[in-house]
Design a protein around this ligand. Structure first.
Ligand SMILES: Nc1ncnc2c1ncn2[C@@H]1O[C@H](COP(=O)(O)OP(=O)(O)OP(=O)(O)O)[C@@H](O)[C@H]1O
Ligand SMILES: [Mg+2]
Length: 283
């Protein structure tokens, strides 16, 4: 288990996070009738989803269903074709680049895969976003202190000088998370934070997501295929399929869902058309 150091949470990293500027539980993000296609391929034909301030919402769905695209639309990396994406009362779809830059300072994206720079050491990796965003306002000492706090927060104090190539997969994910936390975001988008990890490291990351959530009162969207992660970290769950949301609700509502796509997904049941025994017997 990774223990969250209270000291690091209470000063520095936790300062700007949380439900600042609004009440916990109210809508912070709203996808409303969002459409997105790549050429002839329709990814979203009408995406409607609300994320409440202070909650952790997990989004599940088959590979290629558009989960990463959804997060990328939320930070303006991919533009929606139609509809509204409201963040804290403002529509992202109609924002210019400067306005989007402000939004990106409040929403941090933990990319699928750790995406660390191998040529930089851990400290430089964690500091990377800070140097980009606050090059004219933060001193080297302040950046160094923020890096130290962020590494403490993910349970990896003192590894500033290590190189990514010397880290295990689980450590890389935690350094990626430290880099995200260093930016003191209000929202964290976790894109498959436990994929490729062993059960122990998966448990560590789950514990961190819950601990950070409780300590910093962030709003989080977690994309995962891991049912353990989904049912550990979430306040609510959403399932994507066929270009829209198939179900959004509590863990209980998901466990009890009669929707075949949801039931099969969370129980790991392949559709009958993919049943190997019946395919073999029919050949
Ligand atoms: N920039 C792009 N240009 C063209 N097609 C894209 C682009 N980005 C994503 N796609 C396509 O959109 C679809 C959804 O992609 P996305 O990465 O969101 O899937 P996903 O649900 O995150 O899948 P996975 O679980 O495998 O990560 C895929 O078919 C992908 O090839
Ligand atoms: Mg993805």
């Amino acid at each position: 288990m990774v223990n969250l150091p209270r000291r690091a949470i209470l000063r520095g990293v936790g300062e700007r996070a949380g439900t600042a500027g609004g009440k916990s539980g109210e809508t912070l993000i709203r996808f409303d009738g969002v459409r997105k296609s790549f050429g002839a391929k329709v990814i979203y034909s009408g995406l409607n989803l609300e994320i409440r301030r202070g909650e952790t919402l997990t989004v599940m769905g088959p590979s290629g269903s558009g989960k990463s695209v959804m997060l990328k639309m939320l930070i303006g990396l991919i533009h929606a074709d139609a509809g509204e994406i409201i963040f804290d009362g403002q529509d992202l779809v109609t924002m210019n680049d400067e306005q989007l830059t402000h939004v990106r300072r409040r929403i941090a994206y933990l990319f699928q895969g750790a995406a660390l720079f191998d040529s930089l050491n851990v400290a430089e990796n964690v500091a990377y976003g800070l140097r980009e965003q606050f090059w004219n306002t933060m001193s080297n000492e302040e950046i160094g202190a923020r890096v130290e706090q962020s590494l403490e927060l993910v349970g990896l104090p003192g590894i500033q000088e290590m190189r990514p190539s010397d880290l295990s997969g689980g450590m890389k994910k935690r350094v990626g998370l430290a880099r995200t936390l260093a930016l003191q975001p209000e929202v964290i988008l976790y894109d498959e934070p436990t994929t490729g990890l062993d059960p122990i490291n998966t448990g560590r990351i789950n514990h961190l997501i819950v601990g950070i959530q409780r300590a910093l009162k962030l709003t989080s969207i977690v994309i995962t295929h891991d049912m353990g992660t989904a049912f550990t970290v979430s306040d609510r769950l959403a399932m994507i399929g066929r270009g829209r949301i198939l179900l959004v609700g509590t863990k209980e509502e998901f466990r009890e869902s009669q929707n075949p796509a949801v039931h099969n997904f969370i129980n790991g049941i392949a559709p009958p058309s993919e049943d190997v025994a019946s395919l073999l017997s029919s050949s």
